[in-house]
Design a protein around this ligand. Structure first.
Ligand code: URA
Length: 215
């Protein structure tokens, strides 16, 4: 698992701002910081993709440039992922994108677990592709797992990457248990735990509400 803030202090500045109750209420800044974190994480992830040489012609000569061979498919989990996804799209600007709506229902089962429903889905064929599923808060891991399972109807990908801003150990364990360890997990920070309402602690609160207002 790749954890950005262990090696990038700029990321920590943005993370501090999205967590800080005195700063996070500035919605424009909150969304911008998520976007900036998306850009940095996408850059780090790009190093794991296959490179190839492409010939381009300048006014002076033809030369080979090393670049990512095939841009990954980006999957934006609505609605909280929008700003973080935009950061990925800024870096992988030729990527195909898919959109999936995932939301917590009010129902809590006998084990006091929340349940996740998927709604709107528009996603491209992912056969043979690297696919990055983008959701800022990896809390229980349930929306990631449901999203991956649903996406597999759109082909067999080369590799699945899961990208979050903040992850909880419980969610990481759930993803590994449900989907195996053959996918790549990328996060900007790994926090301590979930609380009784399945919010990440210390976390930042509700990412969707902070970015777009209460539902
Ligand atoms: N979703 C959020 O927005 N915050 C959490 O802490 C967990 C899930």
């Amino acid at each position: 698992m790749f954890i950005l803030n262990q090696q990038n202090s700029i990321a920590n500045t943005y993370l501090a701002e999205i967590r800080d109750t005195k700063i996070q209420t500035d919605r424009l800044r909150f969304r911008k910081n998520l976007e900036r974190l998306g850009e940095i994480l996408a850059y780090e992830l790009s190093k794991s993709l296959q490179f190839g040489t492409k010939e381009i012609t300048t006014p002076l000569e033809t030369t080979g440039i090393n670049m990512v061979k095939s841009q990954p498919v980006l999957i934006c989990v609505l609605r909280a992922a929008n700003p973080f996804y935009q950061g990925f799209l800024n870096i992988f600007d030729h990527s195909d994108s898919g959109f999936i709506g995932a939301f917590r229902t009010e129902e809590i089962n006998d084990n006091q677990e929340i349940s996740i429903e998927l709604s709107y889905q528009a996603a491209p064929d992912i056969s043979g592709k690297h696919v990055i599923i983008i959701d800022p808060m990896l809390a229980t891991g349930k929306s990631f797992v449901k999203t991956v399972k649903s996406l597999l109807n759109n082909g067999k990908p080369e590799k699945i990457h899961v990208a979050s801003v903040i992850a909880a150990p419980e969610g990481v364990a759930y993803i590994n248990e449900q989907l195996g360890t053959d996918l790549n997990l990328w996060t900007c920070a790994l926090d301590s735990k979930l609380n009784e309402k399945s919010y990440i602690v210390p976390g930042l609160g509700d990412a969707g509400d902070l970015a777009f207002g209460p539902k």
